[in-house]
Write a protein that binds this ligand. Structure first.
Ligand code: 4AZ
Length: 246
């Protein structure tokens, strides 16, 4: 996160860290992406975060990546479901969404605590200009390697036509993506934040509108962050969860 601040305990309890173990086992797990807890056994993340044939785990309830404490819950990923139309081209990443099913006991995976809670899925579009929140352990203006402590920043939803102008993203911006941030640059998501949440508050509830997806570098003028438009994928999410639980 560029232009971010440290997150206080319990403020973003749906934020998870997606971690992979290198192909040679016995190596430790390391953070690759963010994710969002949407149900006890389900995490939403970006499609480009999934590394096939590698062990994955999810860390939740923790603000710091290098010190596990009593608030931390760590769960294995039982299965990753990448969107059927996920595609990466030199121009953009399309349908950049995936679901992770966690390994649990009798349908219970994450235990709800003050530090671990689910976020809501959206059921309406939001107006341009609304202030929303992004978070993650990704690259900062100080470090390409990311932050050890979870950071957050406020961003504004940017009008789709505006963000499709030639000097911004032109035709690379599809309808199931949206831009958020500031056209003057500075505050943005970055590498390592991918798959993490963009939430907006609606009558007190925190609703997951976007997943960090892509952008032309980070914090640059006229190059705001691009997010997967979660409203376009709610039916897909519900269908996959139902199919898998049957
Ligand atoms: C990345 O490389 C990435 N500024 C993520 C987010 C943004 C740019 C790049 C948005 O994963």
């Amino acid at each position: 996160i560029y232009g971010g601040l440290k997150v206080p305990p319990g403020e973003i309890p749906w934020q998870v860290s997606l971690q992979v173990r290198p192909s040679q086992t016995s190596q430790p797990f390391s953070h690759i992406c963010g994710g969002v807890l949407i149900a006890s056994c389900w995490v939403l993340t970006a499609g480009h975060c999934i590394e096939k044939n590698k062990d994955m785990q999810v860390l939740m309830g923790s603000l710091s990546l290098n010190s596990e404490d009593s608030m931390t819950q760590t769960l294995d990923v039982e299965r990753a479901i990448i969107h059927e139309n996920y595609r990466e081209t030199p121009i953009a990443v399309y349908n950049d969404i995936a679901l992770l099913k966690l390994r649990g006991n009798n349908g219970v995976c994450a235990n709800e605590t003050q530090f671990v809670k689910t976020a809501c899925l959206p059921n309406s579009q939001l107006p341009d200009g609304m202030e929303c929140r992004i978070s993650g352990w990704g690259a900062t203006e100080q470090s390409d390697y990311g932050s050890n402590h979870l950071l957050e920043a406020n961003v504004l939803l940017i009008n789709q036509e505006k963000c499709s102008e030639r000097n911004i993203y032109g035709s690379a911006l599809a309808q199931n993506m949206f831009c958020a941030g500031y056209l003057q640059g500075g505050v943005d998501s970055c590498q390592g934040d991918s798959g993490g949440p963009l939430t907006c508050q609606e009558s007190g509830a925190h609703v997951i509108y976007g997943l960090v997806s892509w952008g032309d570098q980070c914090g640059k003028k006229f190059k705001p962050g691009v997010y997967t438009r979660v409203t376009e994928f709610v039916d897909w999410i519900n269908a996959k969860i139902q199919q898998t639980s049957r």
